[in-house]
Design a protein around this ligand. Sequence first.
Ligand code: ADP
Ligand code: ZN
Length: 652
Amino acid sequence: MPASLHCPSSPASAALPAPPAHADDRLRILREVFGYPSFRGAQAAIIDHVTAGGDALVLMPTGGGKSLCYQIPAIARQRAGLGITVVISPLIALMHDQVGALREAGVEAAFLNSTLDWRAALAVEQRLLRGELTLLYAAPERVTTPRFLELLDTLAARARLALFAIDEAHCVSQWGHDFRPEYRALALLHERYARVPRIALTATADALTRADIIEQLRLQNAREFISSFDRPNIRYTIVEKKDPTAQLLRFIEREHEGQAGVVYCQSRKRVEAVAQTLLQAGIDALPYHAGMDAALRQQYQDRFLREDGVVMVATIAFGMGIDKPDVRFVAHLDMPKNIEGYYQETGRAGRDGLPADAWMTYGLQDVVNQRRMIDESPAEESFKQIMRGKLDALLALAEATDCRRVRLLRYFGQDSAPCGNCDNCLHAPAVWDGTDAARKLLSTIYRVHQHSGFGFGAQHIMDVLRGKATEKVRQFGHERISTFGLGAEFSEAQLRSVLRQLIATGALAIDAAHFNTLALTDASRPVLRGEIPVQLRESAASGSASAPARGKRGARHERPGAPAATPSTTGLDAAAQARLDALKLWRAEVARGHNLPAYVIFHDATLSAIAQTAPRSLDELHEISGIGEKKLQAYGAEVLRVCTSAVAAAPR
Ligand code: ADP
Ligand code: ZN
């Protein structure tokens, strides 16, 4: 029991004043511990605010550097004698690596979760009470157990509870895309430990979710730090779905051969099938979904994190908290539920800031499926209404003929100019006037309903309009309808895109309760009357390609026998390349020995910089970004040796 553990006598000065947040201190920690020369964006302001004891809600895109926003205050407050920071993270499977990364940097950190046996857990608790830890990671369900709260009580009574960091804070909101009921219980942290500052962090939350996080976590007094949501290095592309697996294969082969990526599919079955197809095509692909055995899932996740160039084919069960920096693409074979989900998932690409792709295939069936899932869910109507609104925003993004990024950022309340790095900016899609086709479709839907007394699905409506006397058309006598054959000049692909657009804008509804039949809405009328012009992307099938070929980006140095180099390594001369290859081999060995992913030892960017500058002394090595004092001590001499011998061994 925690109370029976040996504890050092608690200090008399239970309520130490918050340390003044010295700019020098935080900069010193950044350089000393993490080896980075300067802060990014709002990091410095957030760190000052939290170190001084303020509450904060931090919205920062993936890869923006959220971790340092609580890790540096944790170190500063521990150094000031204020005790430990408790990090609440939903990701048990990743805690080991997160803690490993901190230890590599010389920070005393540990985790408490169900992967530890009782002996190991007890040892962590003892270290905690002895004040030896700077950060402790735990999952929300753990934090709210009586035993854990007792530990916290003890620490709080001694004024040794420095900070709570609530990671992935959007999980608290049912409006978010990853609701975890356990997060709700975290409100008690504030109720129980009102004096302990809290910082909540998330990468994705629209205005509604943000308000909910504040409400649920009682963060009304927190300062909000909202960074730009933009991820300029990610290129957004949305293509029309035809043969999605074949399209994916072409995309990977053309642009991301040998590189790490994530492919999202809606169903487990599809995950298995797509992974199989990729494997057969010689791509190092693994499946991941909640139906798999937990141990196998963990093993695959570890392979994805620890090896180069693995493609993970997964349901959305995969990815939260994955901090692998060199994921070069995220592909969606099925459309997610809303823009938040899409943005969170695509955000897992390119954390290292190097070029990356977010690529999605999208078709009429996606619209139908997502609508149906909302309509058929047991939720209340008011909730469904919100979900429909969110889906509509995503549909509008998929149908957009203008800059995708402008729309994405606008969704999160941010204005911007066309980005020049999305499919629509790079290759302005041909636009055609679908007003006439839209009117004819709506009119056909209306007349068919009038004629038969019930509605019909998309395929049948298109057949009638195009004048195809199918068996079904004849069976219902629909060749006698006045619009029969009136749209013979339109291709099916064109009509499909009109239907998608009409559904996306709410001018047409899908009646999920009646076999996905199409139904007019109030918003249909102005379109029917021709009052609202319908502008459409030219469908791929009707001329301009929706996925124009483009040259390989970041052309990679392909040398037989060499590991596939990431784009960061372009432009290295032979000697530097030899150093880099040797450093990568060395790093892989160290990572294996420590049972950690390679990037936890040194990032690719750091290795590249070492290879390029060829430092000759520890002092020179220390100049390079990403090498803190602990790593310099632990690895500096080895790194210098590897560099020297690599060049000596390289062919002239
Ligand atoms: P997030 O949690 O916001 O997605 P991370 O905290 O994982 O992002 O940071 C992303 C990457 O950027 C990490 O590899 C981290 O080490 C690096 N990083 C963060 N802050 C800085 C900085 N000030 N200078 C250089 N690199 C940084
Ligand atoms: Zn753009």
